[in-house]
Design a protein around this ligand. Structure first.
Ligand code: AMP
Ligand code: MG
Length: 433
């Protein structure tokens, strides 16, 4: 880990490849993940996106009784499949107590979600029988073309989970389905990890706050809002700092404040231009760099390192002495891509998540994509999921400042470093947000 001279900074051969840079970030994320974050208890309705600190265990067998999944008739598969009428000897609706044993050679009317009588091994759907007899002497006959198998339309007690089973491991970032699962176990509150504090510092003399009307040569700071959303989605607590100017003094003051964070995201000021002053400021703040550029596009000037942290939390295990830093290139598409590829794993590790990797998927390329070899590229693309396999196409764009194009995209097409074109119809990788 050593500072790289600014003159060689963006000469491609000196830079790590995408895979090398990813491996370095993954190694740091793995170290970060060894420190267990603090814990707080939240109500279930506040748990979405939080990270479980303790496994979720089943408080009872699931389902708690052998349950019908259909409206129909509980019976024995062999008896109903003999295509002889079976008298209907009782009825149970959802919420009613289990009804004892089913006498041999009979059927029992049952509703979805109701406990089936003991001795039953199948439920035949209402739609698949003919009703015979009168209201006082009901009987059913299976449709001639059908055959019922043992177990059909019944979920056995404990088939989904046994009491005490681990349903979700610690480190799970909680989704709506998992909230339902916790609710089914009677968990009104969950223990979750404290969110890591992620400072977001946008730099640039041209930037104004989103509340301002930009002057003729100014633009609004759109990246801080975007990164805050991305940090939240990854499980972190975004902390947007005031915009820093392209001066040593402004950057030094901002970095001194930001050192209280668990992770610092800086945007802009990391290219090779005269007023790209972020790296020298980081060095003055005591930073060491893992790399100061990657063979990717967009995002080539990405900086990754660590600086001494001021964040000291309660508890002996929670002391963090270093704050990871990413210097993200200023263009919004570059910031978004480099965040997804490299910062997400670190936020995830700080948040205590088990899954640390960026999310890639395979899709079929609908139209040829032409680029230049030499960098791994991540190009804004639109993927549709309507057909049998996902199909992706590039979104036309005006370069990495083109926020409108990125907002029309829903993924990034990955073009390997050695490729100068990808053929229509080929299977390609996409990076998912
Ligand atoms: P830089 O990396 O500082 O050279 O910035 C590259 C480009 O990104 C410039 O056109 C900047 O104006 C733009 N940019 C930098 N930071 C932001 C930001 N926070 N929001 C929107 N655009 C930005
Ligand atoms: Mg700048």
């Amino acid at each position: 880990m050593s500072p790289v001279s600014r003159s060689t900074k963006l000469s491609s051969p000196a830079l790590p490849s995408f895979d090398d840079a990813s491996a370095q970030v993954a190694a740091c994320a793995a170290k970060v993940a060894r420190i267990r974050p603090g814990i707080e208890r939240v109500r279930l309705n506040q748990a979405l996106g939080r990270v479980l600190a303790e496994p979720l265990r089943a408080d009872a067998d699931q389902p708690p009784f052998a349950r019908s999944t259909r409206d129909g008739f509980a019976c024995r598969a062999a008896e109903i499949s003999a295509h002889r009428p079976l008298p209907v000897v009782g009825s149970t609706r959802a919420g009613q107590s289990p009804s004892g044993s089913l006498p041999r050679g009979s059927a029992w009317e049952i509703m979805t979600g109701a406990p089936v009588p003991f001795g039953t091994d199948a439920v035949v759907m209402l739609e698949h029988i003919e009703e015979l007899g009168s209201l006082s002497a009901r009987a059913i006959l299976l449709e001639p073309s059908r055959n019922i198998l043992k177990g059909e339309n019944i979920v056995a007690r404990g088939a989904q989970a046994r009491k005490g089973d681990r349903l979700l491991p610690a480190g799970t970032q909680i989704t709506a389905a998992q909230i339902a699962l916790a609710a089914s176990c009677g968990s009104t509150k969950l223990d979750v990890f404290l969110k890591p504090r992620v400072a977001i510092l946008s730099t640039g003399n041209e930037l104004v706050s989103i509340r301002s009307s930009p002057g003729p040569s100014q633009i609004r700071n759109s990246s801080s809002a975007m990164l805050a959303a991305m940090v939240s989605a990854a499980g972190g607590d975004p902390w947007i700092l005031p915009i820093a100017r392209d001066t040593a003094q402004s950057l030094d003051a901002a970095l001194a404040r930001a050192a209280a964070a668990d992770l610092l995201l800086i945007t802009g000021g990391v290219s090779a231009g005269k007023f790209d002053l972020v790296e020298p400021a980081l060095i003055r703040a005591g930073a060491r760099f893992h790399f100061t550029g990657v063979r990717i596009q967009p995002g080539k000037p990405l900086v990754f390192g660590e600086m001494p942290s001021r964040s000291i939390k309660a508890g002996p295990k929670l002391r963090r002495t270093k704050c990871c830093i990413f210097g993200l290139p200023g263009n919004p598409v570059s910031s978004a891509v480099t965040f997804l590829l490299f910062a997400t794993p670190v936020v995830a590790a700080l948040a205590g998540r088990r899954e640390l990797d960026p999310r890639f998927a395979l899709a079929r390329l609908a139209e040829e994509a032409k680029t230049k070899a030499g960098l791994t590229r991540f190009l804004p693309a639109a993927c549709t999921f309507a057909g049998p396999i996902p199909e992706v196409v590039l979104v036309p764009w005006q370069g990495s400042g083109d926020l409108a194009a990125m907002a029309r995209a829903n993924c990034f097409l990955v073009v390997p470093e050695d490729a100068d074109r990808l053929c229509a119809g080929s299977t390609v990788r996409i990076l998912l947000p």
